[in-house]
Design a protein around this ligand. Structure first.
Ligand code: MV4
Length: 500
């Protein structure tokens, strides 16, 4: 492998090229007309423009990517995440063109790309799953009887969905028929596939995923878990490793399950097995992502591995140079995703020019980004502009580093989720590790109460408590007991200077 074409943009394109460069491999960037002056274009050894700004005319066009390989003599493609990274058809085209795709087989992508076939593979391998149906629903009245057996509330999911798309909670039997009809027509409209199935609804889960690596010799290991429960509308915001709740025993069981699922599809490369974990620490398989994930750096920090280098070595046919027994968790890592979104206005995407842009530095701080001062954030793509990752000896050190790094980060010209990250890092529920996937909805509100008379909800009180904790912390540089203050004194959000 002499030259890798990176079929992506932004932070992940740069991150991949850095590892390739360290391995003495040349890099090719592809870019749309909106990304002419992007950092990944400047960083690569060569760059090819593949079309207009909209992704479906550039980054998503398989033929253009393959053509760019031929033009530049690239012998491998790294797809990153998103775009074509989990597209089995693209994987087949790449193979047919005699190019190495740094990723799993098209067959593995196809099986895991459909939730019903993924569940069928898991079922054969004794993997714990939420009670539910294992085939597409075709008879609604029969499905209703099954739903009563499973027990309400139930969750309807689209087989072709994923990442929360096409899900519907049904609270009671009398709403079943209507909800089911809507779920089927929605799935058909969104995915061109009306197959839906149902599961018992686990109401307050944690989202925990296991990183796996498989080589072409059939060795498969797991690289422990990532806790990804801090999310809003299925978009992760904070991830960490290890999880505060897993016991050594549950970690081992989850890891073994993840390896078994990967083995079921002869998995090659880096992949992630998603689980939900309930209050009793029972875990259930959800789906497998057949790509390198956004949050992979937290795993890199705690294992000392470079996952992109491992992917490249695997794609070259090399055997993994370590076994499961060689791997151990070193310290604690946290990632904060920085989106060009306004956390005070319902996380509306924000566009504009980065008037100032200074990243935090120093011991235990890593920034994976793809923009620089003076650059414009294009509207066409994902609004994530950077990932801030900290690594400490333990969780409280990683949190302290994250708070310090957020404070150092200087972004003006656009609204970002930096201050939302600060909110999370100060929140008692986060600090104690006592949270689930409802964290953001439960605790975060942007409605700043105006008068002391305002009746405060539980969420408001929690927010204010966290704000007070933040203020005290910044003053004294030590953790204080949060106390709620009257709403009128709560002007924290109005006093944002540095981050505007
Ligand atoms: C669930 C669930 C509760 N019960 N399945 C969301 C994304 C997709 N991977 C599956 N998801 C869920 N499946 C059952 N049976 C709750 C979720 C869920 C969720 C999962 C992980 C992370 C965030 C989430 C937010 C809402 C719902």
């Amino acid at each position: 492998m002499k030259k890798i074409l990176v079929a992506n943009r932004g932070e992940i394109a740069l991150r991949i090229m850095r590892s390739a460069k360290e391995m003495g491999i040349l890099t090719v960037a592809v870019y749309s007309e909106a990304d002419r002056s992007a950092l990944h274009v400047r960083y690569a050894d060569e760059a090819i423009c593949i079309g207009p700004a909209p992704a479906n005319q550039s980054y998503l066009v398989a033929e253009k990517i393959i053509e760019a390989c031929k033009l530049t003599g690239a012998d491998a493609i790294h797809p990153g995440y998103g775009f074509l990274s989990e597209n089995a058809g693209f994987a087949r085209m790449v193979k047919a063109a005699g190019i190495t795709l740094i990723g799993p087989s098209p067959e593995a992508m196809e099986i895991m790309g459909n939730k019903l076939s993924a569940k069928a593979a898991a079922l054969k391998n004794n993997i714990p799953m939420v009670p539910g149906t294992d085939e597409a629903i075709d008879d609604i009245m029969q499905a209703k009887l099954q739903a009563e057996e499973i027990g309400f509330p139930i969750l309807i999911k689209a087989a072709a969905g994923g990442g929360g798309k096409g899900m519907r909670v049904v609270e009671r039997a009398d709403a079943f028929e209507e909800q089911m009809k809507m779920a089927i027509s929605e799935a058909l409209a969104a995915f061109g596939d009306g197959s839906v199935f149902m599961e018992r609804y686990v109401s307050s889960p944690r989202h925990i995923e296991i990183q796996v690596l498989g080589d072409t010799q059939g060795n498969i290991v797991h690289l422990f878990e990532r806790e990804c429960s801090i999310q809003r509308r299925h978009q992760k915001v904070v991830e960490e490793a290890p999880s505060t709740v897993l016991t050594e025993n549950v970690r081992k069981e989850m890891g073994e399950c993840a390896v078994r699922i990967a083995r079921a599809v002869s998995y090659v490369g880096a992949g992630t097995v998603e689980f939900i974990l309930d209050e009793n620490l029972d875990f259930f398989f959800l789906e497998m992502n057949t790509r390198l994930q956004v949050e992979h750096p937290v795993t890199e920090m705690i294992t000392g591995l470079d996952l992109v280098k491992e992917q490249i070595k695997i794609a070259r046919g090399e055997a993994l140079s370590f076994s499961q027994a060689d791997l151990k968790i070193n310290g604690h890592a946290i990632e904060l995703r920085i989106y060009a979104e306004d956390p005070q206005h319902n996380f509306m995407p924000d566009i504009g020019v980065l008037k100032t842009y200074r990243t935090p530095k120093g011991n235990g701080v890593r920034v994976d980004d793809g923009f620089d001062k003076g650059m414009e954030i294009p509207i066409y793509y994902d609004p994530m502009i950077a990932k801030l990752i900290t690594h400490g000896e333990n969780r409280s050190e990683a949190i302290a580093k994250m708070r310090r790094a957020i404070e150092e980060y200087d972004i003006t010209g656009i609204q970002t989720t930096l201050m939302f990250g600060s909110f999370v890092m100060q929140h008692p529920a986060f600090i104690t590790g006592n949270f689930n996937t409802h964290f953001v909805n439960r605790y975060y509100t942007t409605e700043t109460p105006e008068t002391p008379e305002t009746q405060e909800s539980e969420a408001d009180i929690a927010l204010i408590a966290a704000i007070v904790a933040l203020k005290n912390l910044n003053k004294k540089n030590e953790i204080s007991i949060p106390v709620a203050v009257p709403a009128a004194q709560n002007n924290w959000f109005k006093n944002r200077k540095k981050y505007n």
